[in-house]
Design a protein around this ligand. Structure first.
Ligand SMILES: NC(=O)c1ccc[n+]([C@@H]2O[C@H](COP(=O)([O-])OP(=O)(O)OC[C@H]3O[C@@H](n4cnc5c(N)ncnc54)[C@H](O)[C@@H]3O)[C@@H](O)[C@H]2O)c1
Length: 281
């Protein structure tokens, strides 16, 4: 059970339980065998959380859990399997107690021209990038809602906020869907005491290239060039967002200006993007 006798929630000014203290919380992170999932698992543990490290690569999940020690358990599973996500929930319950925080963090990228990306690649991207979150919601949210506390982090991308990923259409499309889903979840869950964060990193130094499948001729994305950050830095931002009940998590400060420029004049923004630039800055 949770060591924290008061539960992980922190009351806000209105008395609603919204923010989660990671000290004593039980956290499940998908794709935690590598990259930002791994760094977030480690940062959560550093802040006193117990962590379920979920990854389809069992060796990597075990390796991440080993860096944390007794405060982590590795679960080998695929985000496209409801049974595997239930196994993560049950492992948390058995080892640590009910789940307080879920980070849905897995995605694949299909790169190529629209005519070269087969339907099957789209279906796989929708399964892994989008429906995995729907599955996770069905597995984890009933308990969070019953307890009226907790936090969900969905990893999207700046490619879900801005139109620059034209060479990776299934990724761009599903990440935009994750943005919409997560905004709607915020509106639905927060009044019931469950916080929601939308994590939209730009570039991070991870193993993401392993999740890429190239179709046909190589193409290059057009748009703004964002800073590439270390996953440890991004993990700190995610953990801060959980503990302060912050919705949008960005890794590059220039993204809001790009979003404003897009909203101000989408036509002009897209035309500038054809030239390889985003906002006038
Ligand atoms: N790295 C970047 O520049 C960047 C930028 C924007 C968004 N993101 C997003 O960050 C998230 C994490 O990516 P990362 O960069 O840390 O990548 P990564 O490749 O380093 O880590 C991804 C992990 O997910 C696991 N995984 C893949 N498919 C899985 C499945 N079906 N079920 C369970 N586990 C699975 C892999 O084994 C791997 O350990 C993704 O959603 C990605 O879209 C990354």
């Amino acid at each position: 059970m949770c060591d924290n006798p008061d539960g992980p929630g922190v009351a806000d000014g209105g008395g609603t339980i919204v923010a989660v203290r990671l000290d004593g919380a039980v956290v499940v992170i998908t794709g935690a065998g590598s990259g930002v999932g791994r760094s977030t698992a480690q940062e959560c543990a550093r802040r006193g959380a117990r962590v379920v490290v979920f990854d389809r690569d069992g060796d990597r999940a075990a390796a991440t859990a080993a860096t944390i020690g007794d405060a982590a358990v590795a679960v080998t599973g695929d985000v496209t399997s409801t049974a595997d996500l239930e196994a993560a929930r049950d492992a948390a319950l058995t080892r640590f107690g009910p789940v307080d925080v879920v980070m849905n963090n897995v995605a694949v990228l299909d790169v190529g021209r629209v005519e070269d990306i087969p339907l099957e690649a789209w279906q796989r991207a929708i399964e892994i990038n989008l429906l995995s979150i729907v599955r996770s919601n069905l597995v984890f949210l009933p308990d969070l809602l019953a307890r009226g506390s907790g936090h969900v982090v969905n990893t999207a991308s700046t490619a879900g906020l801005l139109p620059y990923g034209q060479d990776r259409l299934p990724y761009t499309t599903t990440k935009h869907a994750v943005v919409g889903l997560t905004e709607a979840l915020f509106l639905q869950l927060r009044p019931q005491g469950v916080g929601v964060s939308l994590f939209c990193p730009a570039g991070m130094r991870t193993n993401i290239v392993e999740q890429m499948t190239f179709h046909g001729e190589r193409t290059t994305p057009k748009g703004p060039a964002f800073a590439i950050v270390e996953p440890e830095f991004a993990a700190g931002l995610v953990c801060d967002a959980i503990e302060t009940d912050r919705f949008l998590v960005l890794t590059d400060d220039s993204v809001p200006a790009e979003m404003r420029a897009l909203a101000d004049d989408p036509d002009a923004y897209l035309r500038r993007s054809l030239d390889g630039t985003g906002a006038d800055r």
